[in-house]
Design a protein around this ligand. Structure first.
Ligand SMILES: *[C@@H]1O[C@H](CO)[C@@H](O)[C@H](O)[C@H]1NC(C)=O
Ligand SMILES: *[C@@H]1O[C@H](CO)[C@@H](O)[C@H](O)[C@H]1NC(C)=O
Ligand SMILES: *[C@@H]1O[C@H](CO)[C@@H](O)[C@H](O)[C@H]1NC(C)=O
Ligand SMILES: *[C@@H]1O[C@H](CO)[C@@H](O)[C@H](O)[C@H]1NC(C)=O
Ligand SMILES: *[C@@H]1O[C@H](CO)[C@@H](O)[C@H](O)[C@H]1NC(C)=O
Length: 760
């Protein structure tokens, strides 16, 4: 939306100019008024639990050096059961009690604010100055929605611009004036505080007597509900501020009221100065753990989920075993829903059983859903008081960083995921924002985070595939068992929604649900994603066909990075960087291309297929049906690998021709691609011949003196032979005219080579 972007950009520029002038602007109405000293300000808030939201509030308090008194700390909310609904009345009662004595201090200014869903974005001096500029004794925050009694809408004073209605989540005033208001409270703890304040405000005589106004244009209070589109983060050097672009104001308190908790979380990633382009992430090192100073590493239960046929699973398991973490501290829980993968798990188990503390597999024979499997895995940790962390990882996660587990633990968050992305795509394992119906929405910073342009630890509404949760959190905030089941959401969405807003679950069904949302302490557990390190990637499980024997061989299109890592020789790239190839005979080039694994799997695949041609001259597989120099072979077309093989030639052979044949570039057309088998009991040599190709590649698939004796290749014209082929290495030589060659006899065992006639 270019127009929208332009508009916001324009507003930001104008806001910036205003901001420059704002701090030095004196009060319009009373220029001589001396500033209120910061020590006259006291912040009052009510909190009964140290939720993540409360701790974040307190961090912002500390950042700006506010003085805070927390009321009700350690108290439980009254009547915490479902039938006894809870209003904000308790907050008024606690404030009333506190002001009994505080109001004696004549100059005292109190700021009363919610704290579970509030962040400070500015400091006390600025706050007091703005309060003075209102020229009122008590200032309440304002919003566009009438709550809780819509019938009162007409009774509010009309405003020409700005928000018209009172929100009691934040207000500031002289202590004795605020006392004047709250001492009128005679109601119950579960009565509505906002209604109480509203009735006083809309009563013109009280409003004027006490001298109350609303902060209509968010100079001080920004309620996010209904105002999301007005608010952005603005950076100014090492400063991150929330800006209201509609009124061009810099609000001091940001309140994620109603259903705007995830937006508040987003702002909290930047404000106050948690991340700026200049400083990077300053919040990242807050409250971390240093594992290097710990003798006894925490116990971790690793939950592994194989929920569909997944390529490169053996490599996945190797990486689990290669995690830089003491294996005796690891327990493993695997849910595997695929019979195809049982052989891989068997092999993993054999490697792991001696070293891993505990090993448990729930296989495809168990008729359970993915959600139930995830509940089960998580519950293993929850139930085991020794389990310090639950590390959940899906089989499509390629953790290339063996330190991942340590790094996540050291970050010390209740729930944290490492960023993993699909290679070359913007697809990742988190969402930066939610759509109104709870699905994916792109946050303004999503692409920057995925691409590593903004590096930090980010509070986000959704993560999947791989994450670490504290055992302690599973035994407290997330102590119920079935977090992966909620409505018809998929399991990860259910978990994240439960973590975000668990406490609202019961309330959704209650008649006055919004009252609940506003006044019960939100228990939401923050979820973070970190991109402070490179952790790995996600593979694609789409188009994974398991009808062959070694199915990863076919993954060159779908997962090229993993295909290359598994099948291309580790020395291949050295061909280009340091001329890592040989020329054993004139115009015969010899270079590494396949890994051992590629060789072994290809041979296995061919033997599994088994239909060797028997080196007959008549051959229905080729046009004309007659082969002059037949070999005992299987064509790539027969195992349905032709497309993949040709792609391999284009990707990995063509660059070599360009290098060794001085600028000759092949489009990689190859009509005949096949694997040949030489063994004494069948065909064991090939008489001298030319190939029907511009050039030929010939890859040795096994090892002389280990798998066979004899063998090799002789080029007659040059009286030159290579009799010790190297496994995984390929010859490349011209096919016609000059390079008459023969396959030397194999005297024992079996020799395999893969051959392509290119550009015939
Ligand atoms: C509120 O009090 C200020 C003095 O602090 C006064 O100037 C102003 O007129 C009062 N407003 C109302 C509505 O009474
Ligand atoms: C898998 O490959 C086999 C053999 O090529 C083919 O018959 C089958 O249709 C493929 N299955 C899928 C799901 O693509
Ligand atoms: C790569 O080459 C080095 C010698 O330069 C050798 O030691 C190593 O084994 C080779 N690696 C592979 C995978 O062939
Ligand atoms: C071919 O080379 C071998 C040694 O490698 C030598 O003994 C033989 O005489 C050569 N033959 C010809 C025809 O040059
Ligand atoms: C042939 O190979 C087998 C094992 O691969 C070995 O036991 C045997 O001794 C070999 N025979 C000769 C003649 O080298």
């Amino acid at each position: 939306m270019p127009w929208g972007y332009f508009k916001i950009h324009f507003l930001l520029v104008s806001v910036y100019l205003i901001a420059l002038s704002q701090p030095i602007k004196a009060s319009d109405s009373e220029p001589d008024q001396p500033p209120i000293p910061a020590e006259n300000l006291l912040v009052l808030t009510v909190a009964t639990k140290e939720t993540d939201g409360f701790l974040r509030f307190m961090q912002s308090v500390k950042h700006f050096k506010y003085t805070v008194k927390v009321l009700g700390n350690g108290l439980d909310w009254k009547g915490g059961d479902v039938t006894n609904s809870i209003g904000g009345g308790q907050k008024v009662r606690l404030l009333k009690e506190a002001l009994e004595t505080l109001a004696d201090q004549k100059e005292l200014v109190v700021l009363f604010t919610d704290s579970y869903d509030v962040i400070f974005s500015g400091g006390p001096e600025e706050l007091l100055k703005k309060f003075q500029q209102t020229n009122h004794k008590v200032v309440f925050s304002a919003e566009a929605l009438v709550w809780p009694d819509k019938r009162l809408a007409d009774k509010y004073p009309v405003v020409r611009s700005g928000k018209r209605f009172l929100n009691s989540g934040g207000f500031i005033g002289y202590a004795h004036n605020v006392k004047d208001i709250v001492q009128q409270w005679t109601l119950q703890d579960n009565d509505d505080d906002q209604l109480f304040y509203t009735k006083i405000y809309i009563d013109a005589s009280q409003r004027e007597r006490i001298n109350i106004t609303l902060d209509h244009k968010s100079h001080i209070f920004q309620n996010l509900n209904g105002a999301i589109d007005e608010v952005v983060v603005n950076f100014d050097g090492s400063n991150a501020r929330v800006v209201n672009t509609q009124y061009e104001t810099y609000p001091i308190l940001i309140h994620g009221n109603g259903p705007t908790k995830t937006q508040l979380n987003y702002f909290g990633n930047y404000v106050p100065d948690a991340w700026t382009p200049e400083t990077g992430c300053t919040a990242c090192n807050f409250d971390t753990i240093d594992l290097s100073t710990i003798d006894d590493y925490p116990m971790v239960t690793v939950g592994i989920f194989i929920e569909q046929p997944t390529p490169f699973l053996p490599e996945f398991f190797n990486r689990i075993l290669a995690l830089d973490y003491p294996t005796e501290k690891l327990s493993i829980f695997i849910h595997n829903s695929e019979v195809y993968h049982e052989k891989h798990i068997q092999k993993f188990w054999e490697q792991a059983k001696g070293v891993i503390r505990n090993f448990k597999v729930v296989g495809p024979e168990e008729p359970i859903t993915q959600a139930e499997a995830r509940n089960m895995g998580m519950h293993n940790c929850r139930q085991d008081e020794h389990c310090d962390y639950y590390f959940s990882i899906d089989a499509d996660v390629v953790l290339t960083n063996p330190k991942t587990l340590k790094l996540l633990i050291e970050q010390n968050r209740k729930i944290i995921a490492p960023l993993v992305t699909r290679h070359g795509k913007l697809w990742s394992n988190f969402w930066g924002a939610l759509s109104p119906d709870g699905y994916y929405a792109r946050s303004e910073d999503y692409i920057d985070i995925v691409q590593g342009l903004r590096v930090g630890v980010w509070n986000i509404p959704y993560m999947a595939n791989v994450y670490l949760i504290k055992g302690q959190t599973l035994r407290t905030e997330l102590k119920e068992r079935n977090h992966f089941i909620l409505d018809r959401l998929d399991p990860d969405m259910a978990l994240c929604r439960n973590a975000r807003e668990m406490n609202f679950q019961r309330e959704r069904d209650s008649p006055s649900s919004e009252t609940f949302q506003m006044f019960r302490p939100p228990k939401g557990v923050f979820m973070y994603i970190t991109n402070r390190h490179e952790f790995g990637r996600l593979i694609s499980t789409a188009n994974y066909n398991t009808s062959h024997y070694n199915n990863d061989l076919w993954q060159i299109f779908e997962n090229p990075v993993d295909w290359k890592a598994k099948y291309i020789n580790a020395n291949y790239s050295r061909i280009f960087t340091e001329n890592f190839f040989e020329q054993p005979c004139p115009d015969v080039f010899w270079f590494p291309v396949f890994s051992e694994q590629a060789c072994d799997e290809l041979v296995e695949e061919m033997e599994h297929f088994g239909q060797w041609s028997g080196s007959s001259h008549s051959d229905v597989r080729i046009s004309g049906g007659y082969e002059n120099v037949p070999t005992d072979d299987i064509h790539m077309t027969q195992i349905e690998m032709e497309k993949e093989w040709l792609h391999f030639i284009r990707e990995f052979i063509a660059p070599v021709t360009l290098k060794v044949f001085a600028g000759y570039y092949t489009k990689g057309r190859a009509l005949l691609n096949f694997v040949v088998k030489y063994t004494p009991s069948r065909q064991y040599f090939l008489r001298p011949h030319h190939d029907a190709s511009t050039f030929t590649i010939n890859i040795a698939l096994n090892t002389k003196d280990q798998d066979f004796q004899g063998g090799g290749c002789r080029f007659s014209r040059y009286n030159c032979s290579v009799d010790s082929p190297r496994k995984g290495w390929s010859f490349m030589h011209p096919g016609r005219l000059t390079h008459l060659h023969e396959g030397l006899p194999v005297t024992n065992g079996t020799r395999y080579i893969a051959v392509s006639f290119i550009d015939p």
